[in-house]
Design a protein around this ligand. Structure first.
Ligand code: NI
Length: 235
């Protein structure tokens, strides 16, 4: 009897992997990259794009066959549109981190809405139609306000506080200490130290058998049908 469960899990995993590859904005070449029953984890990068650092990160991720998720600041998109197009072409998920990194709270609901919708428009102008999931700055939305957004919201489960230490080794070690399958890891691709930390983490975790996927893929692989107005922090 005990042998049956791994088989059921394997079949379920295979079906989910195929479904997730078919659903997402995943290039055809990536479909075979989601085998069943593996350890999956999602790297996420906030506050970019940044001309000085994001290209190096994209190079490193490409070399390693890794897809990640980028939550972009709207007012920076126009400074480096080629980086944003490249993210999409290379199979990364692209999300919204507001126009000016404004905390989504307070009485000025119209301004909050504009912070999000203006960024969405900039992404649509560049990439065409798509659903751009939202990471609220500081992970914060007023209680209950998440329901007013028409996309899923993403927090994180592993935070190395890379913006504070600005130290690649320290950030990498903090991630390696806390990571587990289905973690959503928070980093900021605007710091060279964070880019270096991310690539060290990828090298180490790939050796340990981890696979890197987008947040959308991670949720889907766990059978989670992400809903608009709901907040997710791990797979
Ligand atoms: Ni941020």
């Amino acid at each position: 009897m005990r042998r049956k469960y791994p088989i059921v899990c394997l079949l379920l995993g295979l079906a989910l992997a195929a479904l997730c590859a078919a659903r997402g904005e995943v290039p055809a070449s990536a479909e075979a990259d989601l085998p069943a029953g593996e350890k999956y984890v999602a790297l996420t990068f906030d506050d970019g794009p940044n001309a000085a650092t994001t290209g190096r990160l994209l190079d490193g991720l490409k070399e390693r066959g890794v897809r990640a998720t980028f939550f972009l600041i709207g007012q920076k998109i126009g400074e480096s549109p080629e980086l944003v197009v490249r993210m999409a072409e290379e199979g990364h998920q692209i999300g919204n981190h507001t126009w000016s990194h404004r905390k989504l709270e307070g009485p000025c609901a119209g301004q909050v809405e504009e912070e999000v919708s203006r960024t969405e428009e900039a992404l649509r102008d560049l990439l065409g139609e798509g659903e751009f999931w939202l990471r609220p700055p500081y992970g914060y939305v007023s209680e209950g306000a998440e329901k007013s957004f028409d996309v899923p919201l993403v927090r994180w489960s592993v935070d190395p506080r890379d913006w504070e230490s600005r130290n690649a080794e320290q950030s990498a070690q903090a991630i390696l200490r806390d990571v587990k399958p289905n973690s959503i890891i928070l980093l900021h691709d605007i710091y060279p130290t964070s880019v270096e930390a991310a690539l060290r983490v990828v090298d180490r975790l790939q050796e340990e058998g981890y696979w890197f996927v987008t947040v959308e893929e991670l949720l889907c692989l766990n059978g989670i049908d992400a809903e608009p107005g709901s907040i997710y922090r791990e797979g």
